[in-house]
Write a protein that binds this ligand. Structure first.
Ligand code: UD1
Ligand code: CA
Length: 465
C-alpha cells in the first residue's frame, strides 16, 4: 500500500528571530524543509504535499517540483493539515504528517511509524521520544499504557508537565479517518490554535485506537525552534553523517572539525583533515586528501588528489592533481590528471591540462592550458579589458616565464617560451620565444658612488630621527 506525506512548513518560527522562514534555515548546508521532504521521499512516500504559508514563495523555491498547498493564516498545526485536504482528495490509506522543523527524522523510523499504525489496526500512530525538553507536548497514557492524549506544555497540569515522554510532532493517520474527524478540533487552549495533537483525544473519544512508537534515538525528534536548537541539530547530523563515512572507509583525524553535507559522496581511503567543509553536489574519489582548512562546494575531487587549505566551488580536480595551500578555484575550473595549482593561486573558468603546473602566486582566468605547461611564479592572465572577458590559450609543453602578463585574447603556441616579466599581448608562435622587455642597463660603480653621496649629505647635520 502506498503512503502519502504532509509536511507542515507554514509557520514563521518567531523564536528564530530571523528574516528567513524557519524551515529554510540550513542544517549542514541543506535547508530543513529539503531534509524533511527527502526523508519522506526516501521512506517511499508519494504523494508528498508541503503546507506553506509564511514566506511561502521562499520556501517553495527550496523544493522545486513538490506539491505545495497554502495556509494563508497560521492558525495552528491542526489547521495546517486542513489546508492539505484538497491536495489529498480521494486518497485513502496511510498519511504521514511531518514537521518541517524536525530535520533529523530517519526514513526507517517513518516506515516503522507507518507499520505501527497499519499493524496495530489504529487510526493514528504517533512517534514519541524520551527527552527532558520542557517545551514539547506530553504523551498522556492511560492505566493500560494506551495513549489518551497529547497535552501541550503550555496547557499541561503540574503532574502532566513531569511526564518525560514527549511528542516528536510526527504522526501516521488513516487519511480518510483523519479528515472526517479533523473539524472536531477546537481552539480552546492556551495558544488559541487548532492543535493537531488534539486528534488523539478526538479519535479516542470515537473509540478509535491510537498507538505510540517510541524512537530509540531521541535526537530524531529534535524540533528546531531556536538558533541553539539549530546548532544542536547540526551537531547531531554532523556526527551521523561522519560516522557513516568513517564506517565506509573515510579517515577523519577529528570528526568534530569536519562538516560534510548529506548531499556529498565520498570514496574509500579518503582523508578529511580538520576544518574541512564539503557541501552541495560534491564527490570525493578514493584516496583523496582534503584539508586541513578547506571548503569544497559543488565540486568533483579525483582519485588521490590533494586539496590543502583552499576554497573550491564548481571545480573538477583530476586524478593525482594537487591544489593549494591557499588556492582559490572558482566555477568552471578543470584540472586534469597530475595538474597542480599551488600557493596563492586563483583560477576561474579555465582548463589546466595533464601534468601542467601553476605553482605560485598566479591568476588564471578564462584560459585553456595544454598539458605539461609550466606557468612561472606571479604570472597573470589579463582576461578583462574593462568591458569583456577574453581567452588565453597556451599550447602543450609551453613555458611561461615568471611574472608574464598574458593580455587576452592571446595564444602561446606549443613549446613556446615567454620571457620573465613580459607583457605578452601578441600571439607567440609554437616553439618561439616571446619576450617584451626594455634592454637592461648596468651602471658600473653605482653602489660606491651612492655611499659616498650619503656620507656627504649627513656631514655637519646633527642627529636625525
Ligand atoms: C508541535 C506540537 C508539540 C510537539 C512539537 C514537536 C502541536 C500543537 N504541538 O509544537 O506537541 O512536541 O511540535 O516538535 O502540534 N505549522 C504550520 N502552520 C501552523 C502552525 C505550525 O504549518 O499554523 C508548522 C510549523 O511551520 C512547524 C510545525 O508546523 O514546521 C510545528 O509547529 P510549531 O509551531 O513549531 O509547533 P511546536 O510548538 O513546536
Ligand atoms: Ca516546533
Amino acid at each position: 500500500m502506498s503512503t502519502a506525506a504532509l509536511v507542515l512548513a507554514a509557520g514563521e518560527g518567531t523564536r528564530m528571530k530571523s528574516g528567513l522562514p524557519k524551515v529554510a534555515h540550513p542544517v549542514l548546508g541543506v535547508p530543513m524543509i529539503t531534509l524533511v521532504v527527502a526523508a519522506a521521499r526516501e521512506a517511499g512516500c508519494d504523494p508528498v504535499v508541503v503546507i506553506t504559508g509564511h514566506s511561502a514563495d521562499a520556501v517553495e523555491a527550496l523544493i522545486p517540483g513538490e506539491t505545495c498547498a497554502r495556509q494563508d493564516l497560521q492558525l495552528g498545526t491542526g489547521h495546517a493539515v486542513m489546508c492539505g485536504e484538497a491536495a489529498l482528495a480521494g486518497y485513502s490509506g496511510s498519511l504521514l504528517v511531518l514537521s518541517g522543523d524536525t530535520p533529523l527524522m530517519r526514513p526507517a523510523t517513518l516506515r516503522a511509524l507507518v507499520a505501527a499504525r497499519e499493524g496495530g489496526g489504529a487510526a493514528m500512530s504517533v512517534l514519541t521520544a524520551r527527552v527532558p525538553d520542557p517545551t514539547l507536548g506530553r504523551i498522556v497514557r492511560g492505566a493500560d499504557g494506551s495513549v489518551d492524549a497529547i497535552v501541550e506544555a503550555k496547557d499541561a497540569t503540574l503532574e502532566q508537565a513531569r511526564i518525560d515522554e514527549v511528542n516528536t510532532g510526527t504522526y501516521c493517520f488513516e487519511a480518510r479517518t483523519l479528515f472526517e474527524h479533523l473539524h472536531r478540533v477546537r481552539t480552546d487552549n492556551a495558544q488559541g490554535e487548532y492543535y493537531l495533537t488534539d486528534m488523539v483525544a478526538v479519535l479516542r473519544a470515537e473509540g478509535l485506537p491510537v498507538v505510540a512508537l517510541t524512537t530509540e534515538d531521541a535526537a530524531e525528534g529534535m524540533g528546531v525552534n531556536t538558533r541553539i536548537q539549530l546548532a544542536e541539530a547540526t551537531r547531531v547530523l554532523q556526527r551521523r553523517v561522519n560516522d557513516a563515512h568513517m564506517l565506509a572507509g573515510v579517515t577523519m583525524t577529528d570528526p568534530t572539525l569536519v562538516w560534510v553535507s548529506p548531499t556529498v559522496r565520498i570514496g574509500r581511503d579518503v582523508v578529511l583533515e580538520p576544518m574541512t567543509f564539503l557541501t552541495g553536489d560534491t564527490t570525493v574519489a578514493d584516496g583523496a586528501t582534503i584539508g586541513p582548512s578547506a571548503r569544497v562546494h559543488d565540486s568533483e575531487i579525483g582519485p588521490r588528489a590533494r586539496v590543502d587549505s583552499s576554497v573550491l566551488t564548481g571545480v573538477k580536480v583530476g586524478p593525482d592533481a594537487t591544489v593549494g595551500p591557499m588556492g582559490f578555484l572558482r566555477p568552471g575550473t578543470r584540472l586534469e590528471a597530475r595538474a597542480k595549482t599551488g600557493a596563492f593561486v586563483e583560477v576561474k573558468n579555465s582548463h589546466i591540462g595533464e601534468g601542467s603546473k601553476v605553482p605560485h602566486l598566479s591568476y588564471i582566468g578564462d584560459a585553456e592550458i595544454g598539458s605539461d605547461v609550466n606557468v612561472g611564479a606571479g604570472s597573470i592572465t589579463c582576461n578583462y579589458d574593462g568591458r569583456g572577458k577574453h581567452r588565453t590559450v597556451i599550447g602543450d609543453g609551453a613555458f611561461i616565464g615568471s611574472d608574464t602578463m598574458l593580455v587576452a585574447p592571446v595564444t602561446v603556441g606549443e613549446r613556446a617560451v615567454t620571457g620573465a616579466g613580459s607583457a605578452i599581448a601578441k600571439d607567440v608562435p609554437p616553439g618561439a620565444l616571446g619576450i617584451e622587455r626594455t634592454g637592461q642597463r648596468n651602471v658600473e660603480g653605482w653602489a660606491d658612488r651612492k655611499a659616498a653621496e650619503d656620507t656627504t649629505d649627513t656631514q655637519g647635520s646633527s642627529t636625525q630621527s
